[in-house]
Design a protein around this ligand. Structure first.
Ligand code: UD1
Length: 420
C-alpha cells in the first residue's frame, strides 16, 4: 500500500494547473449511456474514481479509449444492465448509472452502495423520484431492481432534501422519458449545471438550468447526439491548493480554474486575512502572516461546500483565535479530527460542530487517511507541521486528486509517495 512522507514546514510558490472535476466527470460518463454514437470527453482527471466508472461501463458492454486526459466512450453495444456489487461497493457514485440504464433499457439492477465512512448516505430520494416517473422498484439480495417496461414518463419531483447525484440521476432519466419532468429543490452545484448544459446541447429541451427548479422535456427514448465537451475545472481541488497556500503562508496561482464556482470558499479565505486576485481562469492567493479565525457552516451550493470542510479545519488550526465549523450535510464527517489532533491540533467536537483553537504548533506524526477530503486535510496539516509526517492509506486521495504529489512537488513541497 502507498503512503506519503511529507517533510515540513516548507514555503510553497508558483502555479498549479487545476484538473477536470471528478464530480462533474462521473455523471457525464454515466450520461454516455444515453448516447446514440461514441462520445468524446476532454479534461478528464486521471483519478481512480473515474477509472472505476469506466470499468463499470466496460463490464456493461461499453468500449472506451483513453488518451491522455480524453476519453471516447462507445455505449452503442452496451447490453448488460446489471451493475454488480464488486464495483459499486468501491464507489458510491456508481449509482449514477441507475437513471440512464433504466431510461434507455426499461430495466436494470444496481447494487446498493452500502455503508460509507462519512455518513449513512441513503439513496431513497433517487428511488422515490424514479418511482414517480413510472419505475417499479424492489430491493432484492442487495440489489436495486428497477423496471419500467413501457419506459419512464415525466413527473413532478419534489426533493425533500437537496441531493447532487439524486438530481443528476433524475435529470438523466428524464432526458429519455416521455413528457415533461419538473424537479423542485434541485441541486445547483456547477457539476449538475454542466450535466444539464451538455444534455441541453445534445437536443434535450430544458428550462431553469442553474436554478433549483429544473424542467426537462424527455425525448421518449430517442437516444442523444452528444458533441465533444470538456469537463469543468475541479473547484474542490482548487480550494484544497488555496488552503495549502494559506496554511504555508505562500503565494500560489491556480490556472485553468473557474473562480465563479468558488465564491463561498474565496470569501472565507479573504475573511481569514489572505488576499485573493482573480481573472476569468486564474486565482492568485497572497498569504498573510497571521490568519484570523472564521465561523463556517457547510451547506449546498452556492454556500460553503462540505467537500472543503476538512481542509478548512486544518487551516483553522493556524488561525489566531477560535473558529467553529458546523457540518450540516453528513453526520459523520469528522473522522479527520482525531488524526489532526495527533499532529497537535486543538479541536473539540460537539455534535455536528467542531471548535478549533489556534494557532497550534503542529508536529509531524504517523496519521491515517479515512476518506477522500479528510485525507487532503492531513496533507495540508503535514505541509505546515514541523518534521516528518507519514500519511497512510492514501488510496483515498488517489480516488479524487490527480497527480497530487507531483503538483505539490512542483510548487516546492517535500512530498514523496512510498510503499509499505
Ligand atoms: C455529492 C458529491 C460529494 C459531496 C455531496 C454533497 C459526487 C459524486 N459526490 O454526493 O462529493 O460531498 O454531493 O455536496 O458528486 N440524501 C438522502 N437521500 C438520498 C440522497 C441524499 O437522505 O436519496 C442525503 C445525504 O445523506 C446527505 C444529503 O442528502 O445528507 C446530501 O447528499 P447528496 O447531495 O446526495 O450527496 P452525493 O450526491 O452522494
Amino acid at each position: 500500500m502507498d503512503y506519503f512522507k511529507i517533510n515540513g514546514p516548507k514555503t510553497l510558490g508558483g502555479s498549479v494547473p487545476v484538473s477536470g472535476a471528478k464530480n462533474a466527470a462521473l455523471p457525464l460518463i454515466a450520461m454516455t449511456i444515453l448516447a446514440q454514437a461514441p462520445v468524446t470527453i476532454t479534461n478528464l482527471p486521471h483519478v481512480v474514481d473515474i477509472k472505476t466508472l469506466l470499468k463499470l461501463l466496460h463490464n456493461l458492454g461499453a468500449d472506451f479509449t483513453l488518451e491522455g486526459n480524453s476519453v471516447t466512450i462507445d455505449t452503442c453495444c452496451l447490453g448488460n444492465t446489471k451493475a454488480t456489487y464488486d464495483i459499486v461497493k468501491t464507489m458510491r457514485a456508481s449509482i449514477l448509472v441507475l437513471g440512464p440504464l433504466l431510461a434507455r433499457f426499461g430495466h436494470c439492477e444496481v447494487s446498493l452502495p452500502g455503508g460509507c465512512a462519512i455518513g449513512q448516505r441513503p439513496i431513497d430520494l433517487h428511488l422515490k423520484a424514479l418511482e414517480q416517473m413510472g419505475a417499479q422498484i424492489s430491493i432484492h439480495a442487495g440489489y436495486v431492481r428497477a423496471e419500467a417496461p413501457d419506459g419512464l414518463h415525466g413527473a413532478h419531483i419534489l426533493f425533500d432534501k437537496i441531493t447532487v447525484t439524486g438530481t443528476a440521476n433524475v435529470v438523466m432519466a428524464a432526458a429519455l422519458a416521455k413528457g415533461k419532468t419538473v424537479i423542485t429543490n434541485a441541486a445547483r452545484e456547477p457539476e449538475v449545471v454542466q450535466l444539464c448544459e451538455v444534455l441541453n446541447n445534445s437536443g434535450v429541451a430544458m428550462e431553469g438550468i442553474g436554478s433549483s427548479e429544473l424542467t426537462v422535456y424527455g425525448t421518449d427514448r430517442r437516444r442523444l447526439a452528444i458533441k465533444p465537451f470538456a469537463v469543468i475545472p475541479d473547484r474542490i481541488e482548487a480550494g484544497t491548493y488555496l488552503c495549502a497556500a494559506a496554511i504555508t503562508r505562500s503565494p500560489v496561482t491556480l490556472t485553468r480554474v473557474r473562480p465563479d464556482h468558488l465564491e463561498a470558499v474565496l470569501g472565507k479565505l479573504e475573511e481569514m486575512g489572505v488576499s485573493i486576485d482573480t481573472t476569468d481562469s486564474t486565482i492568485t492567493l497572497r498569504p498573510s502572516e497571521t490568519l484570523k479565525p472564521v465561523d463556517i457552516t457547510t451547506q449546498e451550493y452556492p454556500a460553503f461546500p462540505t467537500d472543503m470542510q476538512a481542509q478548512f479545519l486544518a487551516l483553522c488550526t493556524q488561525a489566531e483565535g477560535t473558529s467553529t465549523i458546523e457540518e450540516r450535510l453528513f453526520e459523520n464527517r469528522f473522522m479527520h479530527v482525531s488524526e489532526l489532533q495527533r499532529l497537535g491540533a486543538d479541536i473539540t467536537l460537539k455534535g455536528s460542530t467542531a471548535t478549533v483553537k489556534g494557532p497550534s504548533p503542529l508536529y509531524g506524526a504517523d496519521v491515517m487517511a479515512t476518506d477522500l477530503r479528510a485525507s487532503s486535510a492531513l496533507v495540508l496539516a503535514a505541509l505546515a507541521a514541523e518534521g516528518e509526517t507519514d500519511i497512510h492509506r492514501i488510496y483515498h486521495l488517489d480516488r479524487g486528486y490527480e497527480a497530487l504529489e507531483k503538483k505539490f512537488g512542483k510548487i516546492g513541497a517535500d512530498i514523496a509517495r512510498l510503499s509499505e
